[in-house]
Design a binder for this molecule. Sequence first.
Ligand code: HEM
Length: 496
Amino acid sequence: MPLATGPTVTKPRVLPFYRAVPRLMKDPVTELARMGTDAGGRIVRLDIGPFRPYLVSHPDHVQQVLKTQWSNFAREGMFWRPLRRVTGRSILGDGEGWASSRRILQPLFTARRIASLADDMAEVVAEHVGELERDARPGRLVDAAHLMTTVTNRTVIKVLFGGRISREVGERLLPEFATCATSIGFRLLFPFVPYSMRVPGDRAFLAAAQRIDDIVYPLIEEARAEEPRDGDDGGRPDELVSALIRARIREDGAADLRQVRDDLVSIYGAASETTAMALTWLWTLLHDHPEVNARLRDEIEWVVGDGPVRPSHIQELPYLRMVLQELLRVHPPGWIIPRQVVADTELGGVPVKAGSQVLVSPYTTHRLEEFWERPLEFDPERWAPEREQRRHRYAYVPFGAGPHVCLGQHLFHLQAALVVAGLLARYRPVLTNPQRFTLVPGASVRPKEALLLRLLPSGTDEEPQPDAWRTPVAAPAMGVGGAHDWMWPMGPGGGA
Ligand code: HEM
């Protein structure tokens, strides 16, 4: 595709208000992607009210915003403000505050450090898979989002808090973050609405943020009380709270409780919702692609047997890795990456003024025909080693890029692989209500309708009878996004 660069000034494709808003109200995620792909990756200007963001999807432009001119595209502005009410001034911010958090946190999430936590994670996964026994009975259905959120949450809690937090308290954090992630949808879509005006989701968001503080602050205070003053040792080496406090004491001379809280809450939020939602969508893809499902199950059966899965298995599961990479192409949880322009610049030949909002859209980039053959098709074969080399480096950006690139990539790949392999070694999850699931935007994209799985023992080949599937039981609301008013009998925290 010819791209206007250099001195040529190009007009962006403009979508007028009366066309953009109804489409975004109806199906924001799909429509935003369509606007970008219809423009073939050119810059699109969205007229959605008092401000008009630029939609960025071409890999060259993604590279410019996130990497080569990253400091001119600040992580500030209307789109970040809704989240800042819970993440504060942290690793998810920008400027010197972000840089100091990044210096402190990066060494805590290297491949080597994450690998050292792998046994603990595998143990948590094995325990959870074992507990699913009671859900694998005829007539019982499991809500995939709930299942993936619970198991992800438990492993993330283990990594972040070690033994500092009980399972019960950890599980209280989960619905609060889910509420934060889902109740900002309105503010993300209409960020110009002033904060003095209450909008749908605000009340739930603020209440959940308060409950998160009520859980997290006491943990930090406890950890700080254990630290010797010089910050060189003490605390528990295997958990992040103490490591953060120690690093802050080293860097700033003291550990500001608010600062530690902001980083901890930001990491927890970034780690749990993203991974859980990616893994939720996996079950629709495996349902729609039985050949992928069969190959994946064969690989896991060959390597892991009937479980439990161990960290050493993971590198022997190359097809699983390909499936996860393709999952993040089709369903990148970080579906938009917003930025605010610092100084006048030019993007793909389009002059862009300081103060403008830019929306980098991995969801769109991953669907551009110029870079992806049959982009709408789920095809893990794209990730076969011999085919991977030929791609534009910025055509695949589920974890962002440049100095703000995701800190959790190693954690995601290890954790997701353990969860999928652990589950498939024991069970054959069958999606019982296949349909076109509605994409609900928030901090990640989640399905509006519950995805109902039936867990058959892994050796089973016969298809379950549809009549035996639907045995719903009214249950208390899950508090995860408010998408489901009721749910089916399921594992911990759910069941009737
Ligand atoms: C499927 C899983 C995940 C996806 C798709 C994902 C996606 C992303 C994306 C797109 C960014 C860039 C944001 C930006 O440039 O503004 C990011 C940043 C970040 N992610 Fe992830 N993430 C995932 C899992 C995790 C996990 C497990 C952690 C836990 C450590 C994590 C921690 C972070 C942090 C701390 C940042 C901010 C980095 C910085 O600005 O310096 N993420 N993530």
